[in-house]
Design a protein around this ligand. Structure first.
Ligand SMILES: *Cc1c(COP(=O)(O)O)cnc(C)c1O
Length: 468
């Protein structure tokens, strides 16, 4: 299996070549040259597999430059009940007949990003060792991504993490999760500014190519293909739990921000998994809902980006969306490049043609928006009826899922975080504190390890230089 860019550069790269990369050299995103198709016999054979066995089968279709025995060992040590809390790894929780939550958030940081990031940590360590190289990951976070990255990379040989976060602006729980890590290879940098300031510093450092090369700077952002690939697995796992035979279809509802999670669902569907609908849920930052309703993709400025109670979906543009558009346009790299490079960068928007818009339904996508009021209502209603507390992002998914239920087609809502991470809104909705997993009751009291820095590219560079 080889990988090409969405922007027309047809040079083919192998999995391990793109594993440690971000964008393709032409500014596009990497995708496999084609999607492997899963026939009925294979799908049947996969039905009885344990999660790590299923992960191995799926990953080995996309990875041919890691020896199978090594790949098997990597996924086996990643997807364990010890790390993810259950034998099923991503168990389905029935709410009512035909409606399920799929638990993706029982990893170390209580959000679904652990599903991919934990594998990425092991893949990075493996590949760096094989190349006899080291890597310094530089990132900016306002919450889930940074903590998932740190918990995936802690203690890994050859990898150091430098994570910038806006000082005093993360929830106390999220801050405690990150800052309590005592591992020598994890560096928390609290910047005296907002999230955009952190992101600007990361961009400035990454644009200094000489510095980047000299200090082997890398990233783990959501455009990384390996992250997306790891997420394909749980769509299969969810499907098998909700059905008894391959004649059945299911739908998935996905709380979406950067379009990474739901893009994995798109890949699973392209592989032949019987998915009827991919239900995309946004919060008030509804760039993507607007696209699926109108055919116009219009990115937002920071002034137009709302701070919401489902903050991990507060995006102004969706960094993985280009992957789907490339497929929608019949894999026309020149046109994808024109839409994303010329039109989005110059005018901030593009519209697809009526014929292209009509093709959206062939890909199963439908969408909807959920607001703060909807979240509160969904959290209350779910608690009253099922005695289940859902987090704010999952509530967005559940709200939009209910608008698209079809008779006879199970609907699986992906649970992207646990409510303990977003306690403030749970208290607002229910008047009670969400439960915390054992061992995390007093996480705020643990000793913290972090440095404070002004908004300064040169100070961040000096710090990285001193500790890389
Ligand atoms: C990252 C995140 C999302 C959005 O996922 P994308 O892959 O960016 O679409 C949704 N919910 C939670 C809790 C997240 O952390």
């Amino acid at each position: 299996m080889k990988y090409i860019s969405t922007r027309g550069d047809k040079s083919e790269r192998s999995f391990c070549e793109i594993l440690l990369e971000g964008l393709a050299p032409d500014g596009g995103l990497y995708l496999p040259t084609d999607y492997p198709r899963i026939d009925a016999i294979t799908l049947n054979a996969w039905r009885g597999l344990k999660y790590h066995e299923l992960a191995f089968e799926i990953l080995s279709l996309f990875i041919d430059d890691i020896p199978p025995a090594d790949l098997r060992a990597l996924v086996t040590k990643t997807y364990t009940p010890e790390v993810f809390g259950s034998v099923e790894i991503t168990p389905l929780k029935p709410l009512e007949p035909g409606l399920y939550l799929q638990a993706l958030s029982n990893g170390p940081t209580l959000a679904f990003k652990d599903m991919a990031m934990q594998l990425l940590g092991n893949l990075f360590e493996y590949e760096l060792k094989r190349r006899d190289q080291t890597l310094n990951i530089l990132g900016a976070t306002s919450g889930d991504t940074g903590s998932a990255a740190e918990y995936a990379m802690r203690g890994k040989r050859g990898v150091k993490v430098f994570m910038l976060s806006p000082k005093g602006r993360m929830s106390p729980f999220q801050q405690a999760q990150m800052f309590s890590l005592q591992d020598a290879n994890i560096h928390n940098i609290a910047v005296e500014g907002v999230f955009d300031d952190c992101q600007d510093i990361v961009k400035a450092v990454s644009n200094d190519l000489a510095f980047k090369r000299a200090h082997r700077i890398g990233t783990v952002n959501s455009i990384n293909w390996a992250r997306l690939l790891a997420q394909v697995v749980y769509y299969f796992a969810g499907y098998f739990q909700a059905t008894e035979s391959n004649a059945q279809q299911v739908s998935f509802a996905v709380p979406s921000g950067n379009f990474g999670n739901i893009c994995a669902g798109h890949v699973a569907r392209m592989m032949g998994l019987p998915i009827r609908q991919l239900v995309l849920a946004t919060n008030e930052n509804n760039v993507l809902d607007e696209f699926f309703c109108t055919g116009t993709y219009r990115v937002r400025g920071s002034a137009e980006t709302h701070e919401t109670s489902s903050p991990s979906m507060d995006i102004s543009k969706a960094s993985n969306f280009e992957r789907f558009v490339f497929d929608l346009l019949g894999r026309d790299g020149t046109r994808t490049r024109q839409l994303f490079k010329t039109e989005v960068e110059e005018r901030g928007a593009f519209s697809i043609s009526a014929a292209e818009f009509a093709r959206l339904k062939d890909y199963g996508f439908v969408s909807g928006t959920s607001t703060h009021t909807d979240r509160l209502a969904t959290i209350r209603n779910t608690h009253e009826r099922f005695n289940v507390i859902v987090d704010t992002h999952t509530a967005d998914g559940l709200k939009v899922a209910r608008q698209h239920m079809q008779p006879g087609v199970p609907m699986i809502v992906l649970e992207t975080a646990l409510p303990a991470k977003f306690a403030e809104t749970i208290v607002e909705a229910l008047g009670i504190q969400p439960p915390r997993p054992t061992g995390m009751e007093h996480i705020e009291n643990l000793p913290k390890r972090f440095v404070v820095m002004p908004i300064s590219v040169s100070e961040v560079k000096a710090y990285v230089q001193a500790h890389a």
